[in-house]
Structure formats: C-alpha cells, structure tokens
Design a protein around this ligand. Structure first.
Ligand code: C5P
Length: 285
C-alpha cells in the first residue's frame, strides 16, 4: 500500500465539562462527555521512499496553531516502533481551530491510525492511544472511536451510546487558547464528582462547562454567540475550552437555519449530527 486517500478526522463536542481538581503537574482533572460529530477534516497519506515526513495544507482556514501535530504524530509513531518509513501528509482543514472542537487532536489521532496501516505496523488501539496521549490529552478519545464518558486528564475513557441528535454549532471569529483558559486564576476547580447515572438521566442537558465563565471574560464574542443561539430559541453552551458554542436542535429549527444563512463575516456556523462511531473505528482491532 503506497497511498491512503480521504481519511476523515471528525470533530467533537463536550456535552458538559466539569473541572474537579488539578494535578501537581498543572494538568486538570476533568469529568466530561465527548461526542463525535459529522464535521471533519480530511487527510491524505503517501509513502515517501526517502524516509522523510512532510506535510502540506490544501487550504488554510486560519492560523492552524496545531499545524505540526500531524508531523509530531508521525514522528512519535516512528520513535515508538523503530519504523523508518516516510510519509507525505496532506491536510484539508475544515474544522475551525481554537474552537474547542478537537480538530488538531483528531488530525493527530487519524494520522496515528492511518500511518499504522500505511506502514504495516499492526499496533493495537491501546498502543496508539498511549502514543496519542503524549501528543495531547484529547487524542486517546479519538483513537477510542466511541462517544465517551471521560475522566482523569481526558485519558480515562468509558465508551457511551447516545441517541442520534442534531446540533447547532457556532464559532465566533476570535479563537481561544486552551492553556490560557486552564491557566486562569479565576477558574473554579472544585466541582463535585458527577455520576454516569446522573448524566444518563438528561444526556443533552446535564451539568455545565466550567471553562465557560473564564472564556466569557477572555472572549466577549462567546457571549455574542450564546445570544445569537438564544435569539433562535436555543439554549447554548461552550464546547471544550471554546470559543465555539453549540445547542441541541429540535426537529424544526427555522430560526437557526435563517441565522446560518446571514452570519456576519468571520463567523462559522453549521448544523451537525452526532456520529454512530468514529469513521475509522474498524481500522483497529
Ligand atoms: O494536552 P493538550 O496539549 O491538549 O493541552 C493543552 C493545555 O491545556 C495543556 O498544556 C494544559 O495547560 C491544559 N490542560 C489542562 N488539563 C487538561 C487538559 C489540558 O490543564 N486535562
């Protein structure tokens, strides 16, 4: 096999995100539900005979702060296995960056899964998740391949089934930096432990996003985004460390569809469905 084309890397929404503590190394202890949605980047992989790892973008939506994460994923996979094959990686970026949608982490996860196949490495899902954790706390979720109840720093995953549903997703022009949000002195880090049973009783309405209060101060556009959803009759909430917000959509969502067609410049909005599972789930044992 010399090429793998049109490899998807889907985004995620955090249905809720509670910060329950902080570890000695500064990483935060979380409880969250991560949900896969049908907004995806696309990657292409070509084997290089000269052993180099290279990368290009089909087009660049914005600054792409995580742009080297694909190359770092490839290097981490070679370091873990001793493989010396090369690859040229092309990324067609569609998921906005600095949005809390997990785009950079998902790209890295899809790189690990695809290069595992292109280079005939036969690593297991658990092996790839362990390598992925070194690239970012959210990467193991995308390798796991299912919606998940997530604890620890984002690395303790319990697969979860969710009813099919549609969501309004809205990203204001300004993005947010994950370290800036988690590093804020005003972040509350003491939310009491939730239970899976408590979540299951109200999956799409449970809990809150503890990072949202900090984000609203750092980026007033998050408030504008929530206001826009509210004017459409939708109860919005931020995903991850923002700045994108989302809301569960009822069957008829005329006001949202109307708002989508008239978004101000720089705003990105989309109607998304949750996925039954990661499109690359079957690529790993
Ligand atoms: O792991 P990742 O590179 O995605 O995390 C980016 C930053 O977010 C970390 O450097 C850390 O500041 C913060 N973070 C955290 N606790 C987590 C996940 C991320 O403090 N569980």
């Amino acid at each position: 096999m010399q090429r793998l084309l049109d490899v998807p890397a889907p985004a995620k929404l955090n249905l809720f995100l509670h910060v329950t503590g902080r570890r000695a190394d500064g990483y935060h202890l979380l409880q969250s539900v991560f949900m896969l949605i049908d907004w995806a980047d696309t990657l292409h992989f070509e084997k290089r005979s000269d052993g180099r790892i290279s990368r290009e973008d089909v087009h660049v939506l914005e600054g792409l702060p995580e742009q080297d994460l694909c190359v770092r994923a490839a290097q981490a996979l070679r370091a873990a296995t001793g493989c010396s094959d090369g690859a040229h990686i092309t990324l067609h970026k569609r998921i906005p960056s600095q949005a809390g949608l997990g785009g950079g982490s998902s790209d890295a996860a899809s790189c690990l899964i695809a290069l595992n196949r292109l280079w005939n490495l036969s690593l297991s899902r658990a092996d790839l998740a362990a390598i992925g954790l070194g690239l970012g706390a959210d990467v193991p979720f995308f390798i796991g391949g299912h919606h998940a109840w997530v604890e620890g720093i984002g690395d303790e995953l319990t697969p979860l089934g969710l009813a099919p549903a549609r969501f309004a997703v809205l990203k204001p022009p300004t993005g947010l930096s994950t370290p800036a949000i988690f590093g804020s002195p005003s972040l509350r880090r003491d939310t009491p432990s939730a239970t899976l049973a408590g979540f299951a009783a109200d999956a799409f309405g449970f809990g809150q996003n503890d990072l949202q209060a900090v984000a609203l101060v750092l980026c007033p556009e998050v408030e504008e985004a929530l206001d826009l959803l509210a004017r459409c009759g939708l109860m919005g909430r931020m995903t991850g460390s923002g700045s994108a917000v989302f809301a569960l959509l009822p069957d008829a969502a005329t006001a949202w569809e109307h708002a989508l067609s008239g978004l101000p410049p720089g705003w990105v909005g989309r109607t998304c469905s949750n996925l039954p599972s990661h499109p690359l789930y079957g690529w790993l044992e």
